[in-house]
Design a binder for this molecule. Structure first.
Ligand code: DI6
Ligand code: FE
Length: 405
C-alpha cells in the first residue's frame, strides 16, 4: 500500500498495552489510525474522531491485529551446523561435556571463522525469512562465534547487513565473552584483556554495537570477569545484558542488575534473591524455552517468583546452531506455555511489549498512539490461537513502520 495515512479496521486488536484493563489490552470492533508510519489513534471504530473520517479505510473484518513480533535474543549469524552434536546428545552426552571436549560453541566458532561475510549472510537470511513469515519486525543479533577481532567484526557487519537486505529492524549485541577460544584455552583473563575488550572498543567505534552481552557460567566467564567487561560497556555508554543462571547459579543476574542490565536471559537456576535484584533494577527476564527443550533441561525458570516480584518476562528463540536450532517464535510461544506454564497472554507480551523492553526500545512492541505502526494481522479470532496451534502460521499481513511489508 502506497498511502502513508490510513485506517485499519478489524474485529479484534490485542494492543498489549498494559494500561488498558482488558486482558491483552483487547479492543473489539476496533480501528487504528496510521499516520506517516506511526499510530496516531486506537480505539473502538464507533469512537473514531471526525477529523479522520476522510481517510482511506482498510477493513480486515474478523481478523486479529497484534503488535508485530520481536525476537529479542538470537545468535542468528553463525557458520555451519551442529547436527552431529544433536546426535551425540541423543545418546546421552551432555551439552557441557561436548563443550569441554572442544565442541559446542567452539565448533561453531571454527565454522564462522572460515565463512565469508556473504556466506554468513546467506545462511542467516534463511532463518530471518522464517521469522519474517511469522510477523517479526525486529530482531536482536549477537556476535560471539568469532572470538577474535576480525571475526567478531565480521559477524556484526553481517548483522547490520541483515537490516539492509530485508524489511526488518536489527539491533546488535557484542558477545565477545561467549566462550574462550582454543588459542586462549586455560587463559580466559588474557582473552578478556587482550582480545575481547579491545574488540568491543573497536566494534563500538565502528558503530556496530547496540548492547554488550556475556555468558556467565562455569564453562564460560566468571562474575568478576563479566564485571570487568561491563565496566568497559559503562564507560562506552552501552547498555548490558547477560546469559545468566542457564546451567548453574553463579549470581550473574544480581551482578547484571547492579549494572541496570536491560535483560538477564535463560535464568533456569535463578533464586529469589536474584529475582528481587532484577526486580529492583527494572531488568527484563528473557526466557528461552527452546534452549530448555533442546537441552532436555528439567529445571524450570522461577516463573512464580518472577510474577510475584512483577518482573517483566520476554520470550525469544535463542536461534543458534547448538542449544536452540529454532527459527519460529510461534513455536517458542507454545513452548513457553507448555514447558514454563506461561499464559498465552504472558507469551504474547513476551514477544511484543516485554521483548521491546528487553532491548531498551520504547517506540515499538505495543499498539498505542505515538508508537511505530509495527503490526501483524492474523487469520485467527482470538490471541490464544497463536500459542495453541503447532505448525500452522496464520499470518495474513505484516506492517512495518506503517508500510505493508
Ligand atoms: N547459551 C546458549 O544457549 C547459547 N549461548 C549461550 O551462552 C548457545 C550457543 C551454542 O551452543 O552455540
Ligand atoms: Fe543465547
Amino acid at each position: 500500500m502506497k498511502t502513508q495515512t490510513y485506517i485499519l479496521k478489524c474485529q479484534t486488536v490485542a494492543t498489549m498495552d498494559p494500561t488498558l484493563a482488558a486482558a491483552y489490552g483487547l479492543l473489539t470492533d476496533a480501528a487504528i489510525v496510521i499516520e506517516n508510519g506511526f499510530i496516531s489513534w486506537v480505539g473502538q471504530h464507533a469512537d473514531l474522531p471526525k477529523k479522520f473520517n476522510s481517510l482511506m479505510v482498510k477493513d480486515f473484518a474478523d481478523r486479529l491485529i497484534t503488535p508485530a513480533f520481536i525476537d529479542c535474543h538470537t545468535h542468528i549469524v553463525a557458520g555451519g551446523n551442529r547436527a552431529e552434536e544433536f546426535e551425540m546428545r541423543l545418546t546421552g552426552v551432555s551439552y557441557a561435556d561436548i563443550a569441554k571436549a572442544g565442541g559446542g560453541i567452539i565448533s561453531t566458532v571454527k565454522a564462522t571463522r572460515s565463512a565469508t561475510e556473504d556466506q554468513l549472510l546467506t545462511s542467516a537470511l534463511q532463518r530471518v525469512d522464517a521469522l519474517l513469515a511469522e510477523g517479526v519486525s525486529l530482531i536482536e543479533v549477537k556476535s560471539g562465534y568469532g572470538l577474535d577481532v576480525e571475526c567478531e567484526l565480521k559477524m556484526l557487519r553481517v548483522a547490520r547487513r541483515i537490516g539492509n537486505s530485508r524489511n526488518i529492524r536489527v539491533v546488535t549485541s557484542f558477545l565477545g565473552a561467549h566462550a574462550i577460544p582454543p588459542e586462549f584455552s586455560g587463559r580466559s583473563d588474557e582473552y578478556l584483556n587482550q582480545v575481547c575488550i579491545p574488540t568491543l572498543k573497536r566494534a563500538h567505534a565502528e558503530g556496530l554495537v547496540d548492547a554488550v552481552d556475556g555468558f556467565c557460567e562455569t564453562i564460560a566467564f566468571s562474575p568478576a570477569q563479566i564485571a570487568k567487561l561491563f565496566d568497559v560497556a559503562k564507560q562506552l555508554g552501552l547498555p548490558v545484558k547477560l546469559h545468566a543462571e542457564q546451567l548453574t547459579n553463579l549470581g550473574g543476574s544480581a551482578l547484571a542488575a547492579s549494572y541496570a542490565a536491560l535483560s538477564v536471559d535463560h535464568i533456569e537456576y535463578l533464586d529469589e534473591a536474584g529475582v528481587k535484584a532484577i526486580a529492583n533494577s527494572g531488568t527484563v527476564a528473557t526466557l528461552l524455552p527452546s534452549a530448555f527443550y533442546t537441552l532436555k533441561e528439567t529445571q524450570v525458570p522461577p516463573i512464580d517468583l518472577l510474577r510475584k516480584h512483577n518482573v517483566p518476562m520476554a520470550i525469544a528463540t535463542d536461534c543458534n546452531p547448538g542449544s536452540s536450532p529454532n527459527s519460529s517464535l510461534l513455536l517458542t510461544m507454545n513452548m513457553a506455555c507448555t514447558l514454563f506454564n506461561l499464559t498465552p497472554e504472558e507469551s504474547l507480551a513476551g514477544v511484543t511489549g516485554n521483548a521491546a523492553l528487553a532491548l531498551g526500545l520504547q517506540d515499538t512492541g505495543i499498539i498505542k498512539p505515538g508508537l511505530r505502526a509495527d503490526l501483524a494481522i492474523w487469520n485467527v479470532n482470538q490471541p490464544a490461537e497463536l500459542c495453541y496451534r503447532l505448525g500452522i502460521n496464520n499470518l495474513a499481513q505484516r506492517i512495518l513502520g506503517g508500510h505493508y511489508a
